[in-house]
Design a protein around this ligand. Sequence first.
Ligand SMILES: Cc1cc2nc3c(=O)[nH]c(=O)nc-3n(C[C@H](O)[C@H](O)[C@H](O)COP(=O)(O)O)c2cc1C
Length: 395
Amino acid sequence: MQAAVRAPAAPWREVLQRALKANEACRHSRYVQLATVRPDGRPANRTIVYRGQLEGDSDVLTFVTDSRSRKIEEIAQSPWGEVAWYFPDTREQLRLLGRLTVVDSATADTRLQQGRQAAWRNMSNAGRLQFLWPQPGESRGDESLFSPAPPTASDPVLDTFCLLCLDVEEVDHIQLAPVSLRHMYPPSGQHKSTVIMLHGLGDSGIGWAFLPKLLAEDLPHTQWVLPNAAVRRISRFGGQSSTAWFDILPAAGADTQQDAAGMKDTLSYVEHLLEQQAAAGVPSSQVVIGGFSQGGAMALLALRSERQLAGVLALSAFMPLTGEQPLFSEANAQTPTLMTHGNADQVILLERAQRSVAGLTKPGFEFKMYPGLAHAVRDDLVDDIRAFLTAQLSF
Ligand SMILES: Cc1cc2nc3c(=O)[nH]c(=O)nc-3n(C[C@H](O)[C@H](O)[C@H](O)COP(=O)(O)O)c2cc1C
């Protein structure tokens, strides 16, 4: 395990501490699923108990395990492991990916060995006793072998007792309540800027998780927030239910036929997300609002917010509510805005997108057309998104 220089407060640690505290009444909240890779490349998964952060390195989560268990061989072949944690009281999932280190009696590193000793002392007698049990996986045979006098905290640590350390590198957080939301934390652990990305009709935040992964190296200090829209009935589609940021009325297209109330509700929600970011130390001027299709329309509407944004990115979208001037607030008069659209888009026609911003004259506004692109994303567009976001968010 490398003794990396750490940021003083990677945001996910706080999320984990808060979740553990909020769920402490539930005795299962320390049970996690740990996945490893078998030597044949297949996945292996099991429940283990979280034992706290490694003393002196709070990016390292600790567990204990038996040197005779299968996972030891798996970790020797591939150190990668992922823990999935579900906190029932707060309805959130944390997935933490990183490298695993097995600390056994032969480990020379003093800090790790001290961590192993501390974990041994902190076990219950019954917990320590399991490490005296006969070989796991074999038939139980003589039952008396399972109930010798249990080792105590002051007894020497048994050779079978291992500390398992997960050095966390990637964190993914999904909250199902009160608002469904997914956070992807900055790879550097330092949160300086944020992209709030609003998905399109019928999609969900997870649908856009590919983008932070593609841009992780370019935006090491950026947190991504991928909210999920509520499910609502879409009038245009005979009342069929779909995730949507606003309703689509039967004569959609004309400005007077847009769900202004739904759009404004969503804008208030975006403002709430901006407030949360400000509370976490990232002002709106360091936040880009992005979106695809309906989500892009909402991103463009966010130009009317009184909070100054770092940028607005609208993919395959249109400017909504153009009858309500001005189309941007004073605070966002200079906000860099990139609108992208394919000329093969049959869902929102290029002409409609262009018409919707015909009256938008503001510095920093760019409309980029992609020949042959449908209502979708492709590599050259991702390159332009990368360039736009790195230009706005490189503090
Ligand atoms: C509630 C519960 C808690 C467990 N806690 C641990 C633990 O802390 N460490 C551990 O190695 N195995 C623990 N186990 C057993 C593992 O799930 C698994 O069976 C064992 O580690 C062998 O896994 P392997 O063959 O994949 O290495 C626990 C099982 C349950 C049901």
